[in-house]
Design a binder for this molecule. Structure first.
Ligand code: NAD
Length: 168
């Protein structure tokens, strides 16, 4: 049994995340998905709640054949003890998948193997770009799995993001 750990903010989950998880599913038996910055929501960079992101990941992974655990994980103030904090809240895992330099650095310092996956059109498949398009009223639905577009519609996510982008 080989188990991987993959952490992201998933604001929102997009086709870049989906490509990474498809690759992970080919290489391991189970994946623990950390929903990072779980305490954040209703902000410009973090519009969706941890619970909404759990729902998005459950729906998106319906077409990827892998058993997964999606666990909300709040940020902590001390990067130096972050890996111990992660290990205390997750099922045991053998390998981490990440392209985030800080995440890679912290796990490697703890002697945990980190695999980097190719970036899939980072300029297009990017949470920042998708949120910008949502605010601007441009098409963004093709950048996420169809189940994610449906989930965002269900929670009226675009209207929320536009609201929090306004000033008084
Ligand atoms: P993200 O959703 O932007 O990305 C998740 C992962 O997917 C990353 O490895 C990223 O490189 C990868 N990715 C994104 N777009 C991709 C694409 N197009 N193709 C392939 N891969 C792509 O999330 P993130 O910001 O990297 O999440 C890291 C989380 O870890 C954050 O919530 C952060 O706060 C948390 N963290 C917390 C601490 C702490 O609490 N002290 C320390 C380190 C990290």
């Amino acid at each position: 049994m080989k188990r991987a750990f993959y952490i992201g903010r998933f604001q929102p989950y997009h086709l870049g995340h989906h490509a990474v998880l498809t690759k992970i599913a080919d290489e391991v038996d189970e994946v623990v998905i950390g929903i990072g910055s779980a305490q954040k929501s209703h902000g410009l960079s973090d519009p969706f709640t941890a619970g909404e992101r759990v729902m998005m990941i459950r729906h998106a992974l319906e077409d990827i054949n892998i058993r997964h655990y999606a666990l909300p994980i709040e940020d902590i103030q001390q990067n130096s003890i972050w890996v111990s904090y992660i290990l205390s809240r997750t099922p045991p895992f053998d390998v981490v998948y990440s392209n985030n330099p800080l995440v890679i650095r912290l796990f490697e310092e703890a002697d945990i193997t980190v695999l980097q996956s190719p970036m899939y059109q980072r300029d297009v498949y990017s949470g920042t770009e998708i949120r910008k398009k949502m605010i601007a009223g441009e098409k963004w639905e093709h950048l996420v799995p169809p189940t994610i577009a449906d989930a965002i519609e269900e929670i009226d996510g675009v209207a929320r993001l536009r609201s929090v982008s306004m000033t008084d």
